[in-house]
Design a binder for this molecule. Structure first.
Ligand SMILES: [Zn+2]
Length: 144
């Protein structure tokens, strides 16, 4: 059994993973998750989309701690449940993508406007999910 994406077609895996969105061929608006059908831009009547790899880095727009265990189908990774951090990250494409924060990081490592990078980590023994990892500038930790 090998590791595969939890949601097929939403992100790439490998050393430099990226989220996969859809770009409208008419107005170039980018959507995530990938979409099809009609462009949701009210000023656009486009119906064709092309796959677009989104930027791997963005800035934290908002974040929170999931203090309570989410309802099923959420699968607890630890027993007892341990809170994890969620970040809404604004990408240069103009969209905001919610994701968990990378393993080993919590809300104490986040601040609004800070840069984060997309990583792909195992959700369980079979599935991979994307997460947001704080970007630590060189030297920042040496100051402490
Ligand atoms: Zn469009």
């Amino acid at each position: 059994m090998s590791l595969g994406p939890a949601v097929e077609g939403w992100f790439t895996t490998g050393p430099e993973p990226a989220l996969l969105g859809s770009r409208c061929s008419t107005c170039a608006t980018v959507y995530f998750p990938p979409t099809s059908g009609f462009c949701r831009n009210p000023a656009c009547d486009g119906e064709e989309f092309e796959a677009a790899e989104l930027s791997r880095r963005g800035t934290v727009w908002s974040y929170t701690d999931a203090q309570y265990q989410p309802p099923a189908p959420y699968v607890a990774r630890t027993e007892p449940y341990q809170p994890f951090a969620l970040a809404a990250v604004e990408l240069p494409e103009g969209i905001t993508v919610l994701g968990q924060v990378a393993d080993g990081y919590g809300v104490a490592d986040l601040r609004v406007g800070a840069e984060v990078e997309l990583v792909v980590e195992p959700l369980d023994e079979q599935l991979l999910v994307w997460r947001w990892k704080p970007v630590t500038e060189l030297g920042e930790e040496a100051d402490q």
